[in-house]
Design a binder for this molecule. Structure first.
Ligand code: SAH
Ligand code: SF4
Ligand code: F3S
Length: 484
């Protein structure tokens, strides 16, 4: 970001165009941070806590990028001058976690007169949540949603100006506006998530995401490629292309462009070594995409292919647009075409009306595909979704039994897949020092498996050959192979 915020004229009225308007408010906040330092003799601190998926993690990096430019020191401690919760609402326990922790924040706020509390993310797009905050959590200073996150600097400035005059709430129901070109922090210097699209049009009947993230909007391929080229110039070797349904990418562009075409363009970027993406939907996974993956040197050997359920009857009620047989055909085609591909999945147990026999179908798919890993969730009723009004005659105890039964099979299949590459030498992207032993570095194989190996910290951020000496359940121990 080559903008000199200190030289910006902030005595004029704010510009109306984005992102110029936000640059103006960043400069205003920066001036405030200077004044804070003068007044208190210390630098203001900020803590951003992220709940939920990669999309939220990426949004949090955007918030942190702006906060750092403003002059905050970032901390993981919630005892800070500014605390922001970037929330998730995909399952009810995510919401409960936030409410639980807000009480704790209120206590901290009583001890620090400067403290401001902000809430954003998916949960804030729900009217009932806003109502509850207004009535029972009045100590919260500002709230914004997923559609206007780009306005963060402006909302923060309003909060500073507004000090003590009640909660600022700025929520948009939907938008087709995409504002990029704002500062963003990167958690890792060598790998980075890149949004390729926002929102979701699938309306799976259990899922709240389309209601809180809005309709699908794709960024132009040119902009995406430009952003990745810039990241690579800054030292990034691995990108994760992010979207709720990445393989319906490009459908709403003026000149339609497929996800397979986008991958082909990204592959051409010199210096980029690894491409990951999250999440594809089985119904849109084209043969073109399989071809591109098969021949690619950069696309990682890992595909997260959410199953959700194995019973065709339940899949229909979930509005997933595929049958058990179609999913199996696709997964087995992937196994055949790309034998070294790791396949992982998401499964929901306890969807309204799902019987023991339905779960048997799910277990059958798990056995036939042999997932490398699967995330299993108990169905959570989300108000406003079609499934919320479906009757569920199945008791919680039965659901729990079904869940445990499935989990056992998931763990057995994953165990069978683990260790397939023991003894081989494979490329590992070294990511960070091992948390238990600083002589070791932790990295990932192309298929996403973790590997721990002895190495100097200087290898972090590079791809190195590692001999996989031993499989320990879900990770390998390895030895760095010296490069000549
Ligand atoms: N767009 C992605 C991710 C959506 S949310 C996808 O389609 O896969 C991540 C996972 O949460 C989903 O795959 C699903 O398994 C789970 N999930 C979504 N809504 C849920 C609900 N109401 N109850 C339980 N799990 C849910
Ligand atoms: Fe939710 Fe389905 Fe969209 Fe995924 S594809 S975000 S599960 S509606
Ligand atoms: Fe949660 Fe929103 Fe992601 S609801 S899973 S943070 S898109």
């Amino acid at each position: 970001m080559n903008i000199d915020f200190d030289k910006m004229d902030i005595t004029r009225t704010p510009p109306t165009e984005e992102p110029d308007r936000q640059y103006y408010f960043i400069a205003k906040c920066k001036q405030w941070a200077e004044a804070f330092k003068q007044e208190t003799g210390r630098i203001p601190t900020a803590c951003v806590v992220t709940f939920g998926c990669q999309m939220n993690a990426k949004d949090s990096e955007k918030l942190v990028g702006i906060l750092e430019i403003i002059g905050y020191t970032m901390t993981s401690e919630e005892q800070a001058d500014l605390v922001i919760y970037n929330t998730c609402t995909v399952r009810d326990n995510a919401n409960q976690k936030v409410y639980g922790r807000l009480g704790y924040l209120n206590n901290l706020k009583k001890k620090n007169p400067y403290m401001k509390i902000g809430l954003c993310g998916c949960m804030m797009q729900e009217e009932s949540v806003i109502e509850k905050l207004r009535t029972s959590y009045r100590f919260v200073d500002f709230v914004f949603g997923t559609h206007n996150i780009f306005k963060f600097a402006e909302i923060l400035y309003q909060t500073i100006e507004n000090a003590g005059n009640g909660m600022i709430i700025d929520i948009w129901k939907d938008t087709d506006q995409i504002v990029e070109e704002l500062p963003s922090e990167r958690k890792y210097s060598f790998k980075c998530g890149v949004n390729i699209m926002y929102g979701c049009n699938n309306f799976c009947s259990y899922c709240i995401v389309p209601y809180v993230r809005g309709r699908e909007r794709s960024r132009s391929p040119k902009e995406i490629v430009r952003e990745i080229e810039q990241l690579v110039a800054d030292g990034v070797v691995e990108v994760m292309l992010l979207g709720q349904n990445v393989n319906s990418y490009g459908k709403n562009l003026e000149e339609p462009f497929t996800f397979a075409q986008l991958l082909t363009e990204v592959e051409k970027i010199e210096g980029l070594e690894r491409i990951r993406f999250m999440t594809p939907h089985p119904k849109d996974l084209s043969d073109d995409l399989i071809e591109v993956m098969k021949h690619s040197k950069k696309i990682c050997r890992h595909l997260h292919l959410p199953l959700q359920a194995g019973s065709t009857r339940i899949l229909k009620a979930m509005n997933r647009h595929y049958t058990k047989e179609q999913y199996l055909e696709l997964a087995l085609k992937l196994r055949r075409e790309i034998p070294d591909l790791a396949i992982t999945t998401d499964i929901i147990v306890g969807f309204p009306g799902e019987t023991k026999e339905d779960v048997d179908e799910t277990i059958d798919v798990v056995k036939k595909v042999g997932y490398d890993n699967a995330f299993t969730f108990i169905y959570s009723k989300r108000t406003g979704t079609p499934a919320a009004s479906m009757e569920n005659p199945v008791s919680d105890a039965e659901i729990k039994q079904n869940f445990d039964r499935l989990l056992r099979v998931v763990q057995e299949t994953a165990k069978q897949r683990a260790g397939l590459y023991a003894g081989e030498t494979m490329e590992v992207l070294a990511e960070h020092l091992n948390e238990q032993d600083a002589d070791y570095v932790t990295g990932r194989l192309s298929n996403n498996t973790l590997v721990h190996f002895k190495a100097e910290p200087s290898v972090i951020g590079t791809i190195v050959p590692v001999k996989l000496t031993e499989c320990k359940g879900f990770y390998y121990m390895g030895e760095l192979v010296s490069q000549v």
